[in-house]
Design a protein around this ligand. Structure first.
Ligand code: CIR
Length: 259
């Protein structure tokens, strides 16, 4: 395991009761709001244990998916880029978070019309920013991001999110400077040929959305074989229940902005 970038902060947003109306690919039932609150609390605790100072934003009743705060902003060490979500019901979430971002970052850029990007499609490694085109992220959005970031010395690489996957990061996570946890179906697209890859075990594809925060990998419960594989590889895992967010295609990365 190689030493990686250290984080100090995380922004989260409490789920509102309207979360039961959140978007979803397949309807496997509404999330249980009370359980989701408990899980959110434990998620915040896991981030704190890993060293995060948390900026917790209040719930937004008008935006059912707003607890999935990751999709609204790309936070880099020295700047933030306000996204333009491809899901129309989520566009206003960016306006809601803008003042918080302005308090925290000196340099703020934004994706403009007709560009669309949700940051769940962005995986930032220590050498590049990978952006997966998807049903929420279009070519114009990727082009704008590449132009904006070229002035800041970041290199953007366009990749493709397989059709039946919501976001690029639904199927992958950065574990350290050069290691990616990812599903076999995403690895098959060839986008990680420059990295060391650890695959999720068959039937445990939903374990691919984890987050590395300093010395910990915050990981969804219920994927024992992948958990063991990562532990054997030397990672320190902290499990958090994700059963309710999973009903809305949400995972560990979606619930925070880390910087
Ligand atoms: C949505 O469909 O937008 C939400 N229900 C889930 C968003 C998950 N976010 C993420 O993967 N970054």
């Amino acid at each position: 395991m190689h030493r990686s970038y250290r984080f100090s902060h995380a922004i989260t947003r409490l789920p509102s009761e309207s979360v039961v109306n959140g978007l979803r690919f397949d309807d496997i039932g509404n999330p249980n709001f009370e359980q989701m609150l408990l899980d959110h609390e434990d998620y915040s605790l896991a981030l704190r244990e890993a060293g995060a100072e948390i900026i917790q934003l209040p719930p937004l009743q008008n935006f059912p998916d707003s607890t999935f705060v990751e999709d609204t902003v790309l936070c880099l060490s020295n700047l933030a880029i306000l996204m333009r979500p491809g899901a129309p019901s989520r566009t206003g979430e960016v306006t809601e978070i803008e003042s918080t971002i302005k308090e925290l970052f000196d340099n703020i850029l934004r994706i403009e019309k007709p560009g669309l990007i949700e940051a769940g499609d962005i995986l930032t490694t220590e050498t590049e920013v990978l952006v997966g085109r998807s049903s929420r992220t279009n070519g114009e959005g990727v082009k704008q991001l590449a132009q904006l970031l070229s002035d800041w010395d970041y290199s953007v690489r366009e990749v493709f999110t397989p059709e039946d996957i919501l976001h690029f990061k639904t199927d992958c996570s950065l574990l350290d400077a050069e290691t990616i946890l990812c599903t076999k179906r995403l690895e098959a697209t060839g986008c990680f040929s420059k990295y060391n890859v650890i695959n999720t075990c068959d039937g445990e594809e939903a374990a691919a959305n984890a987050i590395r925060y300093n010395d910990f990998v915050i990981f969804p419960t219920g994927f024992p074989r992948t958990l063991e594989k990562l532990q054997k590889a030397g990672y320190l895992l902290r499990e958090v229940n994700n059963s309710e967010c999973a009903k809305l295609d949400g995972g560990m990365s979606c619930l925070s902005l880390r910087f």
